[in-house]
Design a binder for this molecule. Structure first.
Ligand code: HEC
Ligand code: HEC
Ligand code: HEC
Ligand code: HEC
Length: 457
């Protein structure tokens, strides 16, 4: 696969830098929690996309350096063009990796292939493309912020830190179709439409086997990696836009659980003998053979050895989180997740029924979690539960282990755990260095060590 070897290291380093910044921010942002409930808000697909060049003017978003004071930084275009991989998402469809993927799939030109463009460009139809629209801009401003046709005028305004109308103006812009990118539920859905796939677009197993990198995503970490082109400062908080990292993690996992169930429902019918393999856990088929395997108690109860597992890691994290707040609901979730996995050896009808039942439990979980932010003691309990999950030997897949680690990091930063948060999880992190040589027994040992240290603190 492409360039995956040192990815996690790179991600983690960057996140560790970002974590320190997050800690000091999370305090004043509780009021924002309410806005995260609005999960069904969607981007207005009828508005004209004016094109990145419409935003890049030097008095708007195209400054070379950020302004010192003001509501926004005004160098967003430069950050995007220079550091954000989204600006090159289209152009990489012409590089040698894409040529090889296309060649393996029998596609003539990846940069003209709708199945690739769906996630690598702005696919607004021709009649809604403004004069400055260019497909070569890749994933431009309006893919995330919404077509600017109806909000471009209302969104100009004083950019000074003394601007007391900014919050009211933001509400007007939202009414005019600016996407609510500060809402973590909305943003999770937006990012995951490409970073996980949705019912319209999927990086399927054919693409993976042709050489496409495995998709992986965690909202808070990936927002930090993008990198952000906004400042989470006093005026940002005043506009009600600042969201604690922990809320982003939770919203991201909640949305991933729902999106992955929807994908499973759509793609579980066999085409020939087999269903679409990309909705299953990659590592249930792809890993070295291990004759010294010792299955955990939970694993033994789940399915016979050697079964193919559903990609359920977002669901399982949620069950752990929800159990801390409402034990019985957490238990119901765990049972339903087990049934979903077991339905794969019964029938497709059974799978669809389990999936629907799980979806309704998720809606309840969403309400339960939206009632109030996670308290300090709940956060502590979740950390311990996640570590216990790792220490039990139940995390046999790299992708599960990776999500567990990312969650622990977000939690640690939010709890202001210690100044050396980074070192604290080194044992776990070291095991995740290299996806190819991932060893579940080493992960288990590392989690046990970390759990012990956490208990002693
Ligand atoms: C469901 C959305 C989706 C589809 C469909 C998709 N991609 Fe991607 N692609 C992504 C995402 C997201 C990444 C970034 C992965 C990461 O780094 O985590 C990516 C990464 C890549 C990369 C590696 C980029 C780099 O910087 O090294 C290549 C090459 C690529 N895609 C080519 C293709 C081609 C060719 C197709 C069509 C056959 C395609 N993609 C279809 C979402 C998609
Ligand atoms: C991949 C998605 C994505 C793309 C592409 C993107 N943005 Fe953003 N943008 C975000 C997110 C997420 C935030 C942070 C949440 C928020 O403040 O709304 C943000 C924040 C901002 C803000 C700060 C808003 C505030 O209230 O402080 C501005 C200004 C902005 N973006 C402009 C741009 C411009 C200009 C471009 C194109 C050059 C662009 N964005 C491209 C996702 C994106
Ligand atoms: C329209 C599809 C799409 C949307 C929406 C989208 N992304 Fe991406 N993202 C991609 C593709 C494709 C790439 C790979 C680009 C490349 O490497 O050339 C990518 C790359 C990235 C990378 C770099 C990954 C790496 O391994 O280097 C980060 C970080 C990222 N996206 C975060 C986000 C976040 C956060 C959001 C939501 C605010 C988001 N993306 C929304 C398609 C998308
Ligand atoms: C049900 C089992 C199964 C699952 C689940 C599965 N794969 Fe595969 N994969 C296969 C088989 C079988 C092949 C074909 C191997 C061959 O051609 O030798 C393959 C081929 C591949 C290849 C090409 C390797 C090669 O040597 O040709 C890659 C890369 C790949 N898969 C990635 C993935 C990713 C990423 C996922 C998860 C999104 C995934 N697979 C899920 C069974 C699976």
């Amino acid at each position: 696969m492409i360039r995956t070897k040192h990815r996690l290291i790179q991600i983690s380093r960057l996140v560790r830098v970002a974590l320190l910044a997050t800690v000091s921010l999370s305090a004043g942002s509780l009021l924002a929690a309410e806005s995260s409930i609005n999960i069904d808000t969607d981007i207005n697909t009828q508005a004209m996309h004016l094109g990145v060049a419409s935003c890049a003017n030097s008095v708007c978003h195209g400054r070379a350096a950020p302004v010192e004071r003001g509501n926004i930084m005004q160098n967003e275009y430069r950050t995007w063009a220079k550091y954000d991989h989204h600006s090159r998402a289209y152009s990489i469809l012409k590089n040698s990796d894409s040529k090889r993927i296309a060649d393996n799939m029998g596609i003539a030109d990846a940069s003209k292939e709708p199945a690739c463009l769906a996630c690598h460009a702005d696919t607004t139809p021709a009649k809604l493309q403004g004069e400055k629209f260019q497909i070569s801009d890749g994933i431009g401003c309006e893919v995330c912020h919404g077509g600017a046709e109806n909000w471009i005028d209302s969104h100009y305004g004083a950019n000074t830190s003394a601007d007391s109308d900014a919050a009211a103006r933001h509400q007007i812009n939202l009414k005019n179709g600016l996407a609510p990118t500060e809402d973590p539920a909305f943003t999770a859905k937006l990012c995951q439409s490409c970073h996980l796939g949705n019912t319209n677009q999927l990086a399927d197993h054919e693409m993976m086997a042709a050489g496409h990198p495995r998709l992986r995503f965690e909202l808070d970490t990936w927002l930090n990696l993008m990198p952000p082109h906004h400042r989470d400062d006093a005026d940002y908080q005043q506009r009600g836009k600042s969201i604690p990292a922990l809320d982003r993690w939770l919203a991201g996992r909640m949305q991933a659980a729902q999106d992955s169930l929807a994908l499973l429902e759509k793609h579980s019918m066999p085409q020939g003998l087999f269903p679409e393999l990309a909705v299953f856990d990659c590592h249930s088929c792809h890993r070295p053979m291990d004759t010294h395997v010792q299955r955990s108690l939970d694993d033994k109860k789940l399915l016979p050895a050697g079964s193919i597992r559903i990609n359920d890691n977002a669901l399982r994290t949620l069950a752990t989180v929800v159990a801390v707040r409402e034990k019985s609901l957490g238990k119901d979730l765990s049972t339903a997740i087990r049934q979903l996995n077991q339905s794969t050896v019964i029938s497709n009808k059974e799978l669809q029924a389990s999936s629907r039942q799980l979806m309704s439990l998720l809606k309840r979980a969403e309400q339960t979690m939206a009632q109030s932010p996670l308290s300090k003691s709940e956060q502590q309990a979740i950390t311990t539960a996640l570590l216990k999950q790792g220490a039990s030997g139940d995390v046999r897949d790299y992708a599960d282990a990776e999500q567990l680690f990312l969650g622990l990091q977000v939690l640690a930063a939010n709890q202001n755990d210690s100044s050396n948060t980074a070192q604290y999880y080194d044992a776990i992190f070291t095991v995740l260095n290299d996806e190819k040589s991932y060893n579940p027994n080493r992960f288990k040992a590392a989690a046990q060590k970390t759990l012990k240290a956490a208990m002693e603190k």
